[in-house]
Design a protein around this ligand. Structure first.
Ligand code: ADP
Ligand code: MG
Length: 342
């Protein structure tokens, strides 16, 4: 009897070891941001494969890598054939552009180049320079016929900087799933993907959302699973001239950094491509139009908006899962105030 018990205990110990979760991780720099992957049971070969896919996306979707497809299209006057994947992402970008009334636009390349926020010595362009290039930033000047991009304006330049990271995050999740991974967290700078549950938990991942007024703290957190969260904010990339901040999200209507009543927008949805593009779009749209889009049901998403009057607006679907940090600071020692949209 004693022997049987011992054998049973040994077997149980063996079983528990084999079902123990082993999280592996990988981090690297690509797409102009730090990327980190934490996955339950992914071996180094799978992580390497994913990393290489991201590097390939970086080249393919970038405006600046001279061997990439977008670079090639931007360099030709009339467009040309691209891979099915690039055509799909471009087509998605055009759809989201139209669904957001042009607040998200994949054709801002010339304006983004003109502002060149990442330059060591960025400058504010003259009004005339901006109005000159605005004419080259119309999404309607790009069309797709199958996998062929047709440029109606030879000076139009595609920029997928506001959507490619979310798309690539989605691809990483698919690759992890194909490799048998059920729990993972991927971070592409401001875009996060969560699959299954965090280590030792059964209720998803707890994701904190940064306070745009004090990036050392969070405004709150959400517990989510099998979805994506992207944040766009004026605090991410910017330069200052005479104490005025010029950030990297451009309003396609004016050609200037967007200045709505939103200081940062976080979007959650089950589609990484949509999540990334929409966080940029809502930031441009401002609260009223963002909520109009939410209520229209045309796109399936939830959002947390930090407004520049010091309040936080959370869409109805998040009301029960958003955990507000009551200590989150605003300006002059005041605290941020939380309102649900109801
Ligand atoms: P980040 O790239 O820092 O995560 P976003 O996802 O908000 O931030 O994307 C901002 C990038 O998208 C800019 O650096 C620029 O390349 C591009 N962009 C800027 N304004 C727009 C816009 N209105 N629509 C689409 N893309 C934009
Ligand atoms: Mg975005």
């Amino acid at each position: 009897m004693k022997k049987t018990l011992l054998l049973f205990a040994a077997l149980l110990a063996l079983l528990c070891t084999s079902c123990e979760k082993v999280y592996t991780s990988e981090s690297f720099f690509a797409m102009d941001t730090y990327i980190s992957i934490k996955a339950d049971g992914a071996d180094s070969a799978l992580l390497e494969k994913i990393k290489n896919e991201v590097y390939a996306d970086e080249i393919g979707f970038s405006r600046t890598f001279s061997t990439g497809e977008i670079y090639a299209v931007n360099s030709t006057p009339h467009g040309g054939k691209v891979s099915e994947e690039t055509a799909e992402l471009l087509s998605r970008s055009l759809e989201i552009s139209s669904a957001t009334g042009g607040a998200f636009s994949p054709t801002m390349g010339t304006l983004v180049d003109l502002w060149d926020i990442k330059n060591e010595n960025p400058r504010v362009p003259d009004e005339s320079e901006i109005s000159n290039v605005l004419a080259d930033c119309n999404a309607s000047d790009i069309e797709l016929s199958g996998n062929t991009v047709i440029k109606k304006n030879p000076d139009t330049k595609i920029d997928l900087g506001g959507i490619a990271k979310g798309y690539s995050a989605g691809k990483c999740i698919e690759l992890l799933k194909e490799g048998g991974v059920e729990n993972a967290l991927i971070s592409f700078g401001g875009s996060i993907a969560c699959l299954g549950n965090a280590e030792g938990r059964a209720d998803g991942w707890n994701i904190g959302i940064k306070n745009p007024y004090n990036t050392d703290e969070i405004i709150g957190s959400v517990r989510i699973s099998d979805c994506y969260l992207s944040v766009s904010g004026a605090y991410e990339r910017y330069f200052e001239v005479d104490s005025k901040r010029y950030h990297h999200i451009i309003d396609p209507k004016t050609g200037y950094p967007a200045s709505s009543d939103i200081e940062s927008s976080a979007v959650i949805s089950t589609d990484g491509t949509l999540t990334d593009a929409l966080s940029t779009a809502l930031f441009v749209l401002g609260k009223e139009k963002a909520l109009e889009l939410y209520r229209s049901g045309a796109l399936d998403f939830e959002a947390v908006l930090v407004l520049n009057d010091g309040s936080i607006c959370v869409t109805d679907g998040l009301a029960d899962i958003f955990d507000f940090n009551t200590d989150a600071s605003y300006k002059d020692g005041n605290k941020l105030v939380y309102n649900s949209t109801k």
